[in-house]
Write a protein that binds this ligand. Structure first.
Ligand SMILES: Nc1ncnc2c1ncn2[C@@H]1O[C@H](COP(=O)(O)OP(=O)(O)O)[C@@H](O)[C@H]1O
Ligand SMILES: [Mg+2]
Length: 314
């Protein structure tokens, strides 16, 4: 028996993945991805988070087989992209950022056509299942041009799934999508994950990553800056922020407080951005009481992905 690499436990695994774009006209090279390594467990839902230009689309285009990598390894559902490109490709569906579909087709026709394109045998078409899964049943036979923006997006997801891939990759699924629509899309994506599809989505919305995903891979300028479980990462942030509202108006803060980063916002409250490793809440309260400042209310702000991101990305 031949022992294979352990990568089959992962839905996706990349190792030192590098992409360089040669800009011949300017005689220079852009390193879009620089030795990126991470893996994603089967069944999980992970956000690939990063600002514009970070390398997110490049990464997923490599996984989708649209862009060639410069070096490194990529495994999709255990299949080595170098050795089993077809099996690798059949294991993922990719939803691109832009809407690409024929407005004169109906959703049913679109999905049947796409199934044929993927070489799925007619008896194995899952068009009806997909229409139902993505709440498009009612509009199965309307022209795509009459669908709402949200329906078009859901049809894009269905289109990426005609070959029933275990892994779905979405590139900025809600970029430019209005707030109400975003929630319905999130619900659809969550439902797919609940039913077993592994999902990797790229986003530059921190809120989206926090709402949808348990795990995050943050990239910036082609390199991973942090990866892991969002909850754990947030717990480890050595930064808290608290607003303290006061009874007796004051003009100036005691020095002991300004030393730790307190600032007086106005006569009624002050804000503290502090590092719990440097000062505890108990210490803070003691200083306040010692200086005869009467507290009316305390509002603490939980650290968010945004804090984490800002700490890591300048
Ligand atoms: N086809 C290309 N040719 C040259 N440079 C590219 C190409 N595609 C992307 N880039 C560059 O690679 C970097 C990463 O881009 P991209 O992967 O699109 O980032 P993101 O999706 O995170 O916004 C950027 O600097 C971008 O300008
Ligand atoms: Mg992109």
């Amino acid at each position: 028996m031949k022992l294979s690499l352990k990568s089959e436990n992962n839905a996706l695994k990349v190792n030192k993945l590098t992409k360089k774009y040669a800009l011949k006209s300017q005689n220079k090279e852009i390193i879009a991805l620089n030795e990126v390594s991470f893996s994603i467990d089967k069944g999980s839902m992970v956000a690939l988070l990063g600002p514009n230009g970070a390398g997110k689309s490049t990464l997923i285009n490599i996984l989708a087989g649209i862009t060639n990598k410069s070096s490194g390894k990529a495994f999709i559902n255990g299949f080595d992209l170098d050795k089993s490109v077809n099996k690798a490709k059949l294991s993922i569906g990719v939803v691109p950022q832009e809407l690409v579909m024929d407005p004169y087709f109906t959703p049913r026709e679109t999905l049947n056509f796409q199934s044929g394109y993927y070489g799925v045998k007619k008896k194995n078409y899952i068009t009806e299942k997909l229409l139902e899964k993505l709440s498009l049943k009612d509009k199965s036979d309307s022209y795509v041009r009459y669908l709402s923006g949200g329906m078009k997006r859901r049809l894009m997801i269905a289109k990426a799934m005609v070959h029933n891939p275990p892994i779905l990759i979405l590139d900025e699924p809600t970029a430019g999508v209005d707030v109400n629509l975003r929630q319905t899309l999130w619900d659809s994506i969550k439902e797919l994950n609940r039913r077993g599809t592994t999902i990797l989505l790229t986003t530059h919305y921190l809120e989206e990553a926090e709402n949808l995903c348990k795990d995050v891979v943050m990239i910036n300028k082609g390199e991973i800056v942090v990866q892991g479980e969002i909850k754990k990462l947030l717990k480890n942030i050595d930064h808290k922020s608290v607003n303290i509202y006061i009874e007796n108006q004051i003009k100036k803060l005691p020095e002991e407080l300004t030393n730790f980063g307190f600032s007086l916002k106005n006569e009624n409250y002050f804000l503290l951005d502090y590092k719990p490793s440097e000062i505890s809440m108990e210490n803070i309260l003691n200083i306040i009481l010692k200086n005869n400042i009467k507290i009316k209310d305390i509002v603490t702000n939980e650290p968010s992905l945004e804090d984490l991101f800002n700490n890591l990305v300048e």
